[in-house]
Design a protein around this ligand. Structure first.
Ligand SMILES: *Cc1c(COP(=O)(O)O)cnc(C)c1O
Length: 231
């Protein structure tokens, strides 16, 4: 089977899963598929584009910068979903359309500066931590910190607060984690009704995320295959 056929078949399966999850939740099928292309070559992204994919995500700055530059002729929206260092944030903002992993105020000024220099407005998602309070490897801002971070985003003209992003913690039932997320999002939306994106759900838990209101799912391995082990 050609790589194109393999990607086409996997895409069809994932799109079917999303449609079924929407139907089961009594929702319209209006969930955006963001394909996480980290570790896979630009040639795969070109094939995906040919198969109708328009939103892709990367999690490492150097790799994302190289791929987005090489594929600048394609109408793709680039999401950045990785851990961000503040000294790289301006560079990430230059090629990204959406940065999903904003978890602290220190990132905002460099993101805004990078977006402004590139002449665009950058969509920002606040990454909310679903880890239990006090756990060690928390990534994302604690739910209590969301409003403060959101109001700081509002102070940056070249940033647009677009919504929330979350990853279900390892070792917890994603259905419970995303149920918690839905509650956090409910009160967040009451304060920030314009920030309607909820990016949640990956290859293994997109159904649970859709059930709890995800508007965007981030799917990698179910479409591209297993990634090489990271050492
Ligand atoms: C890699 C990654 C994904 C995709 O994970 P899969 O399990 O391969 O679908 C989604 N979100 C983030 C933040 C990631 O880093």
């Amino acid at each position: 089977m050609s790589r194109r056929d393999e990607l086409a078949r996997n895409l069809e399966v994932v799109r079917g899963r999303i449609a079924a999850a929407c139907a089961a939740a009594g929702r319209e099928d209006d969930v955006t598929l963001v394909v996480v292309t980290k570790f896979f070559p630009a040639s795969d992204i070109e094939l995906l584009h040919g198969l109708g994919v328009r939103e892709v995500a990367e999690n490492r700055h150097q790799e994302a910068a190289a791929k987005s530059a090489g594929l600048a002729h394609l109408d793709l929206r680039w999401h950045f979903v990785g851990g961000l260092q503040s000294n790289k944030a301006a560079a990430v903002a230059a090629y990204s359309h959406v940065v999903e992993s904003v978890d602290r105020p220190k990132l905002l000024a460099p993101l805004a500066r990078g977006a402004e220099a590139a002449g665009h407005r950058l969509d920002v998602l606040l990454q909310v931590s679903l880890d239990p309070a006090g756990s060690e490897h928390r990534s994302g801002v604690a739910p209590e910190g969301l409003d403060e971070l959101a109001s700081r985003v509002a102070g940056e003209e070249s940033l647009r607060l677009a919504g929330l992003m979350a990853v279900a913690p390892l070792g917890e039932d994603p259905d419970e984690a995303f149920e918690r997320l839905a509650r956090v999002r409910g009160s967040f939306l009451a304060q920030h009704p314009e920030a309607g994106i909820l990016s949640a759900g990956m290859s293994g838990d997109l159904e649970q995320a859709v059930r709890h209101g995800a508007t965007h799912v981030r799917v990698g391995s179910a479409i591209l295959g297993p990634r090489p082990e990271v050492l």
